[in-house]
Design a protein around this ligand. Sequence first.
Ligand code: F6P
Length: 553
Amino acid sequence: MSDTPSGSPKLTRRPEWTALEDHRKDALPQPDLRELFAADPGRAERYVVHVGDLRIDYSKHLITDETLALLQELATATDVSGLRDAMFRGEKINVTENRAVLHTALRAPRDAVIEVDGENVVPGVHAVLDKMAAFANRVRSGEWTGHTGKRIRNVVNIGIGGSDLGPAMAYEALRPFTARELTFRFVSNVDGADLHEATRDLDPAETLFIVASKTFTTIETITNATSARSWLLDGLGGDDKAVAKHFVALSTNAEKVADFGIDVDNMFEFWDWVGGRYSYDSAIGLSLMIAIGPDRFREMLDGFRIVDEHFRNAPAEANAPLIMGLLGIWYGNFHDAQSHAVLPYSHYLSKFTAYLQQLDMESNGKSVDRDGNPVEWQTGPVVWGTPGTNGQHAYYQLIHQGTKLIPADLIGFARPVAELGDELKAQHDLLMANLFAQGQALAFGKTAEEVRAEGVPEEQVPHRTFQGNHPTTTILATELTPSVLGQLVALYEHKVFVQGAVWNIDSFDQWGVELGKVLAKRVEPALTETFASAADAAGSVPGLDPSTAALVA
Ligand code: F6P
């Protein structure tokens, strides 16, 4: 039965997979959460896992002990723990790029030893963190001044994808911990409007640009950085020397940084074993470190590390990322769920789901396995969502009464942030009441009998009935601190890892973004020309299809 080069059977032919299919058909053909709770009230306590400050309740899922046992058998059969250990050891598990996958080394303690090609990478990680801390402190204290001697008051991060979403999300999440006297902006879009809006009210003499790009070749970032340099030089009288005081770079590519004109002394390094979407706890987090300070940044790294250690050492039945990953597989592969909603009940997490979209969809949006064979099973879900209460008045209707099964994560915090006044703090109970109410309504719905008992006219009963059985995971913590944010991000990083391991895909490459980049480069020069017809446009741009040729014309 071995039908892959590695000698193992294809996923869907594994007995552990077919056992789950049978279980879904025979034991849980129409799972009913009311019945599951009635038969087993203890599940409310049993299906909870604690990691660090997080309490993760997965009792409102369409599962029984048997489901969990079968999912764990699938994880064992697909050797999730073996791949996990290989990742932590620094093996080159990113097979298509022949790279180690070591974002966990970014938060390893100083005395850890993690080797890539025989070299311990941990001292380098801490050297960069120390350099970042020294720089962040200089900016925060006003010691680092701009070209004219004015102190820096504005920090503009220019990056895209992982070089934008992580720091932008974390800055938003940790706003109460930021230096409020400084202004932070994040520019990513190649639409010039993004840079324009980010800089139009800033004084160039007080503005620091952080150009964040792992490769330092990403067209959007280099284009924006070039325009930012012009804006700066125009504002400061054209002296090229100003660049050294107003531009720093975060990159793995010193040569390209120097080519751009940024002094490599002002470059904060990271390494090819850090994936872009796993990078905001590397040098890519410099803007965040300036915002929250080095101590808070280190607290965040400690939070990541708590979950790393948990993922590595906790037994399977109490391993939070493993359980969350397997639950996603249960819905995606055995219930035809196409998407997964992440619904934070926290204004500060307003960018969290957008961040997770890249983390999850760029990692697991793959259709060939690690050996290059087409997969015959569903892989990563569409990840979507916005802060919960806003979503309630927009798309929750579809989750409650639509025809699609959409598993969701509800994330909330027991306490509001300290700096809110008493009246705003009091609103927190209403916020959390909504989180709890939604979890309950989604799981247990409202039966036709219950609706009738309220005296609703018979013709309206079907419209006011809620079928329930919409699965949710509820993730709670006392408050949103830097450590808790690190814990949350690491939780999702490892969840994504688990799913990629079971699906036998390379979660660490992203070839799918390449084609569009190549075609854009080809089309761009033609957009300055005028064409009389689609045929003329097609003649000018090699390989242009007739539809796109007409659009270009
Ligand atoms: O979209 C592809 C991608 O390579 C992402 O993986 C990455 O986060 C982003 O582009 C930005 O890349 P860079 O940091 O090299 O500019």
